[in-house]
Design a protein around this ligand. Sequence first.
Ligand code: MN
Length: 420
Amino acid sequence: MGDGCLIFVGDVHLGRRPATAAEGLAACGLDPRDVSPAVAWRATVDEALASAARAVVLAGDVVESEVDRFEAFGALEAGVRRLTEAGVAVFGVAGNHDGLVLPRLAERIAGFTLLGAGGRWQVAPVPGAGGPVDLLGWSFPARHHRGDPLADASFEVAVSALRSGATALGVLHADLDAADSPYAPVRSADLARAPTAAWFLGHVHAPHDLGGDRPLGYLGSLCGLDAGEPGPRGPWRVDVTGGQVRATHLPLAPIRWCPLRVEANDAEDADALHAAVLRAARDAADPEDDPRLRVRAWRVTLTGPVSDRAVVDDFLGLAGRAPLVIDAGGRPGFVERVVDATWPQVDLDALARERTPAGRLARRLRALEDGEPLPPTLDEAFARVSTPAWRPTPLDEAARRAAAVRACRRALDALLRQVR
Ligand SMILES: [Mn+2]
């Protein structure tokens, strides 16, 4: 029995629900509980049982916060019991959200093995059929951890405890390549130097591409919780054959957050724009998506230059009255929000000659679009919002310019609407 696969699970956040989507879900006949992380966790357990996995490994932030621990206990205990009764081992490391609560839950749930408790690295052999596999794990000892976990003396001790001939898989919750982070900063170069065949990380909710030969990166959230977590979500199936690791994403999350850009200028009235939104969603929705996907939440961005502002305003007014329902790709869906990123279709050259505030703005916009250097005051402003904890990678020149162009267009739009 068993093909020896493991199931790795990124940030689950039991206790969280997509609160802002309640109305849209209701319009699709669903409740926030139908698309919660707990549902994704149950589907993950089903998947592990169906594929006769050797082990399920949780990469931290299993629980949203301490006040969710009773709810999390129920969901976690039920899943762990089903797994262990079928001979599937369950491991986990604690993250920043559950640095205090996961160790307490682990103590009370039979069969759940917490790895690296108290911030001390630990090695655990994975039981079950197949070649020898060792897990190398580290848990958050608190809500914050400013030190590099790899710099801890226990790391070398644990590494030397890895069995020779075993495939070592690293698991921890950490902030990758973010030097000043209060969330266990680690360098990918240091991880790559370790004698492991792969590193599976929790913390950042956007999944990395782990499909390569030696996977190293974020598993991503198990279930997207808002429009900031777009695209397919779910656990990863990890197969170990002859020391080779192969990771496959299993997009089994019940809800998917889908960004959708729609050109607004082609529509002559609000109904035509509505039809364009439906068309775009139907083009984007893949009927072959995982059958466990129950609903799509669309974030519609209206874009492009617009000659008739009233069409967009009319559409926004109508769409704001009740959630816009979209049946696409064999699945229900709803528009979670409409973002108006259109700009007025004006003769910028003519406007730029005017000695008015709008003219001045038009000159600035043209300069930005023509690639003239960004004003230093603007770069200082961007530097202030690029704090290391939230935006480890500073915005590059192209992104700063695009943001400035967007802001300029919005301001020009507002200005021209006052004038007319
Ligand atoms: Mn998290």
